[in-house]
Structure formats: structure tokens, C-alpha cells
Design a protein around this ligand. Structure first.
Ligand code: ZN
Length: 119
């Protein structure tokens, strides 16, 4: 892996850790709103429907945050294994600018595009 310099890897590692902390805080602070809606609780102006919909959205965003956190943790492990920055599919270097924008991405732009088309 000649693509990333040590300095770049350190920079990306710091970025990943920062993102992890941010996501963890989001998850901690949103854990209240994704609790089941209590039937006997006064919910003010919101109808029960609205409350359920909000809860649904809170759960959906928690799921994507949890998934991203998992990817970030995988990326940290990849740094430990010294194969960070390598595409999981084609094994080509992902490239620093892309990693800088999305440090958790396990795929290069080409493979990401292909996997999104398959959905
Ligand atoms: Zn690839």
C-alpha cells in the first residue's frame, strides 16, 4: 500500500475517531426518542400517530448511525491490520480525497457505484 502516507493515515485515524465520538454522542442522546411510545403518557399536542412516526424516524436514523459507526470501527481495525485504504472488492487503493470525505468507506468509487446499482 504505497497510496497513503503515514501522515495521511494518522490524519484519517483522527478523523475516524472524531466521527466515532460524534456518532456515539448522537446515539446516546437519541436513545430517549426511540423508546416505545407509552400509551398512558400525556404526549401534549402530538397525536399518537405523530409520536409513532417520529419514533419510527428516530429508529431509522439510529440504524444508519449504528451502521456507520460499525463501518468506522471496521476502518480502525483495517488501520491496525495495515490494509486501510484498500478497496474490499477490487483491492485497488481507494484514494486519499475519497477517504478524507468518507473515512469509513470500504470500497473505491467504482465498486461503490456498482454495488449501489445492484440494489
Ligand atoms: Zn474497488
Amino acid at each position: 500500500m504505497a497510496e497513503l502516507t503515514e501522515t495521511q493515515i494518522e490524519e484519517l485515524r483522527a478523523l475516524i475517531l472524531l466521527n466515532c465520538r460524534g456518532l456515539q454522542e448522537l446515539l446516546d442522546s437519541s436513545s430517549e426518542s426511540s423508546k416505545p411510545v407509552a400509551l398512558d403518557e400525556p404526549i401534549g399536542r402530538l397525536s399518537r400517530m405523530d409520536a409513532l412516526q417520529q419514533q419510527h424516524m428516530a429508529i431509522a436514523s439510529r440504524q444508519s448511525q449504528t451502521k456507520r459507526l460499525q463501518l468506522l470501527q471496521n476502518a480502525l481495525q483495517a488501520i491496525e491490520r495495515e490494509d486501510y485504504g484498500e478497496c474490499r472488492l477490487c483491492e485497488e487503493p481507494i484514494g486519499y480525497p475519497r477517504l478524507k470525505a468518507r473515512p469509513e468507506t470500504p470500497f473505491c468509487l467504482g465498486c461503490q457505484g456498482r454495488s449501489e446499482e445492484e440494489r
